[in-house]
Design a protein around this ligand. Structure first.
Ligand code: 0A1
Ligand code: ZN
Length: 855
């Protein structure tokens, strides 16, 4: 290992940088292996700082020359950066460095992707472009000149001037270096214009490679809707003359909010009905909105340090969720968000990688772009909004933008505007930022003489480094239903603040059925003994769409657990309740499709572990298969009608209404395949005129067997399209039967088109396989070894993506001793590697340490 115990950075150690930057001028002369970057930076002493040591971050840079106020200097250089004596007055720093973007496989800093140059600077990539105080609290205007033999040369801000082989850009808004971007390539734009509420004319461009021309319309349309929405809902207008979006094939994450020049993973830009699924369209809309919204929540107001990451990410995820809810079905969006939260964030919070929304230390910040910082961070904002109400929220946000525009802020600044705007004390609420783990709320009840009492107890389990937990402030939205199904108490929010509390409801004629945690009003786990009859009753009668779905989901979970642990038959009450939902034409098809989706294998494993059992991945897989077949049989009379009824007339539209119909139709197709041997799915596959139907039918065939021919046809048809082929690779790894999964995945890694250095392709295969619970947790340990081998291989070229993928091992400690031993051995093998990255070193260290405690 390079660094067995990488030096952690602590939140408590924050100190401001000793200097302010008034202006940055960059001149980038592009060359694949010898790009020259000249920087001229105006520094002056920071009156708010005591420490005046002049240290500039810099990694993998060859320094050609350096000067202060025109006089050459010879700084002291380490692998992390340089230092040198400087005047005690304002001064100009100049440096020229050389870098090799074509050799940059880590995809941080300036790199190349298919002949185009692009940058990724968040979190700490700018230091690979030039020497700089690469920290978010140093904000400056940037002026950039690019020289390069490519037709399109882009950077942040407004274009100043351009000629053959050069272009100049000026970004007047002070920004931290992580928002710097540069793109150069042979690109074509899909363009439009937008006039802001402030009367500014903005040129909008979505840049793609010529071969992808024609696939950017939906991204552009999503951008325009996002701009309008942010003006209408948050009063935020755009602030430059151009807004550029670029699609790139090699990208570590989803997209990046660089000021005025968003860079996107091409999978979140490119779409046509033939190549993109409904889910892809939905993701494009959401991520375009997310990056655009960052212009205010991230760029204009940024983070003081990386511990405050959720200040911009939690808030921006919250905003993009509101946007998606407005564009589509709010109920369906909420259900999908909660499914993701539980699958990713609850899993994180309950395992060795648990950390607070605002972490207190890290070795590598790239490891903290997590579901906790993003999704739990968004839930925390949703709770604040629930506590202060929509008007209080709007007032606080106005104050936030007015007071902090142009600043690098903290969670304290954020909470302070709520306290001032609403008069509410958030001292206790702030624990949501510092305490890791998912609170459990245990509910018991009694009913006497018309009085119904809920006894509520909350407890947060220990997480690594945090044994003792304090009670959280939990907004609990609830309603009460009378036994005949009428709502006797409409949605009411009660606030839990103590470890134990009661809520009393008087004057009731009969014992009500409670509908608790409506709309999933807080990211907690509700524990309450409930009968299948009561769940079926709520599934039929609850007026809250989230809880209606939740009732069905928890019913399904209980049934499946009984099937695993007691080898029980699927409960008829569940099958009947499901049939009633599917038959109910008053319900949104998208909702009905969600109701037909069974809890995943990982969710069941988690539920079992939670009850003190050791989950058996194969038994879970088998029970789930049996349950699906039982559903198929029980609802057999419904499928054909549903399949016919949900066909979409007219040309493909990615909107929520048609997407919901397709989802329900494909769900029906999936169940039908268990009865007709896949005949209808084969026909559906052959007749498909859009990717949703094509890949939907292919998934059905993969699950039920008999997909070989369809796979071949698909590959012949789409072999030229990287994004479509990612789906082909991913599905096979994810859906392979447990006993074949390792072999199938290994074969995929041997495929000529397994271009593993491309993060999307690596994620499709290795990430897809890791999501195949029964395959990955194969008792032989072969799944662990396969993933470990590939993590080791990728770590040497792309530490960031490799480290993210190590979360495959997040749940290893919940399994039996045999599996634990093998998983631990695989992790130890990674940890022992010579030259392991800091990213991977930290992840594997955390995975192992907490696992050993649990073991
Ligand atoms: N800020 C971006 C995501 C992002 C984060 C880190 C990156 O590299 C380490 C790249 C992108 C967002 O929230 O969309
Ligand atoms: Zn973001």
């Amino acid at each position: 290992m390079t660094d067995a115990a990488p030096q952690p950075v602590f939140l408590k150690d924050y100190t401001p940088f000793g200097f302010l930057v008034d202006q940055v001028e960059l001149n980038v002369h592009l060359h694949p292996t010898a790009t020259r970057v000249r920087a001229k930076i105006a520094f002056r002493p920071n009156p708010a700082a005591r420490d005046r040591r002049f240290f500039l971050h810099g990694e993998d840079l060859t320094l050609i020359s350096a000067a202060i106020d025109g006089t050459p200097v010879t700084p002291e250089i380490t692998p992390e950066g340089l230092s040198c004596p400087v005047p005690e007055a304002p001064f100009t720093w100049e440096a020229e460095v050389e870098i090799a973007p074509a050799e940059n496989t880590a995809l941080e800093g300036l790199y190349m992707s298919n002949g185009m140059y692009c940058t990724q600077c968040e979190a700490e990539g700018f230091r690979k472009i030039t020497f700089y105080p690469d920290r978010p609290d140093v904000m400056a205007p940037f002026r950039v000149r690019i020289d390069g033999d490519l037709p399109v040369l882009l950077s942040n801000g407004n274009p100043v001037a351009q000629g053959a082989g050069w272009a100049e850009w000026n970004d007047p808004w002070p920004k931290p270096s992580y928002l710097f971007a540069l793109v150069a390539g042979e690109l074509v734009a899909t363009s439009d214009r937008f006039t802001t509420s402030e009367g500014r004319e903005v040129a909008l461009n979505v840049w793609v490679r010529p071969a992808d021309q024609g696939k950017a319309d939906y991204a552009l349309d999503s951008l325009i809707r996002s701009m309008k929405w942010d003006e209408e809902v948050y009063g935020r207008a755009y602030d430059l003359d151009v807004f550029n979006i670029v699609a790139v094939d090699d990208f570590n994450m989803g997209a990046m909010e660089n000021k005025g020049l968003n860079v996107f993973n091409s999978r979140y830009v490119l779409a046509s009905p033939e190549t993109a699924t409904d889910r892809d369209y939905e993701n494009i809309e959401r991520i375009i909105a997310h990056e655009y919204f960052h212009n205010w929540t991230g760029d204009r107001i940024t983070c003081r340090d990386w511990f405050q990451l959720s200040l911009k990410e939690g808030l921006t995820v919250f905003r993009d969720s509101q946007f998606s809810a407005d564009m589509r079905s709010a109920a369906v969006k909420r259900i999908e968000d909660v499914m993701t939260l539980r699958a990713r964030q609850f899993r994180e919070d309950n395992g060795p990688l648990a950390h607070p929304v605002r972490p207190e230390s890290y070795a590598e910040i790239n490891n903290f772009y997590t579901a906790t910082v993003y999704e739990k961070g968004a839930e925390v904002i949703g709770m604040v909004r629930r506590l202060v109400g929509p008007e209080g929220y709007a007032k606080a946000l106005d104050l936030y933008f007015a007071r902090h525009d142009g600043q690098a802020c903290t969670i304290e600044d954020w909470l302070q505007v709520f306290e001032e705007a609403t008069g509410r004390d958030l001292t206790r609420f702030k624990r949501w930022y510092s305490q890791a783990g998912t609170p459990r709320v245990k509910v018991t009840e009694d009913f006497k003489d018309g009085t119904y009492t809920l006894h509520l107890e909350q407890k947060t389990p220990p997480t690594p480094g945090q044994d003792e937990k304090l009670p959280q402030v939990i907004p609990l939205a609830l309603g009460l239903l009378s036994p005949n199904g009428d709502e006797v108490l409409p949605t009411t929010v009660i606030e839990l603040t103590e470890a134990r509390q009661e809520a009393v409801f008087e004057g009731l004629a009969a014992k009500p059925v409670p509908s608790l945690l409506r709309g999933f009003s807080a990211p907690v786990i509700l524990e309450r003994d409930s009968t299948p009859e009561e769940r079926a009753f709520l599934l039929a009668h609850d007026t809250d769409p989230f809880n209606k779905w939740e009732a069905g989901r928890s019913l399904a979970r209980e049934v499946l657990i009984a099937m695993v642990t007691e080898d029980a038959a699927p409960a008829p009450a569940w099958l009947d309740a499901l049939a009633a939902v599917v038959r109910d034409e008053a319900l949104d098809p998208a909702f009905r499709a969600l109701a037909l989706r069974l809890p995943g294998e990982d969710e069941l494993a988690e539920a079992l572990a939670d009850r003190g059992a050791v989950p058996d991945p194969l038994a879970i897989h088998a029970a789930r298969e049996r349950a699906k077949t039982a559903v198929a049989r029980h609802l057999d009379p419904l499928w054909a009608g549903l399949y016919a009824q949900m066909a979409c007339p007219g040309p493909y539209s990615p909107g929520a209404a048609d997407a919901g119909r397709r989802a329900l139709r494909l769900a029906a197709l999936g169940y039908m395949a268990r009865l007709d041997g896949g005949a209808r799915a084969q026909a559906h596959f052959s007749a498909a005129d859009n990717m949703t139907d094509e890949i939907g039918a292919l998934s059905v065939l993969l699950e039920t067997g008999g997909a070989d021919e369809a796979l071949d046809r698909f590959a012949r048809r789409w072999g030229h399209d990287r994004l479509v082929m990612d789906k082909w690779f991913g599905l096979q790894a994810t859906l392979a039967a447990p006993e074949r999964a390792v072999a199938v995945t290994r074969a995929l890694t041997e495929h000529a088109d397994f271009t593993w250095k491309n993060p999307n392709r690596f994620r499709a295969v290795i990430g897809g396989f890791s999501a195949n619970a029964a395959g990955f947790h194969d008792a032989s340990g072969a799944g662990y070894d396969l993933v470990a081998d590939w993590l080791i291989r990728l770590d040497a070229v792309n530490p960031q993506t490799a480290a993210r993928m190590s979360t495959a091992f997040e749940t290893w400690a919940r399994y039996d001793e045999g599996r634990r031993e093998k998983a631990q051995a695989a992790l130890e093998r990674i940890a022992a590697r010579e030259g392991l990255s800091r990213d991977m070193g930290e992840m594997v260290g955390r995975l192992l340490a907490a696992g050993r405690i649990a073991a």
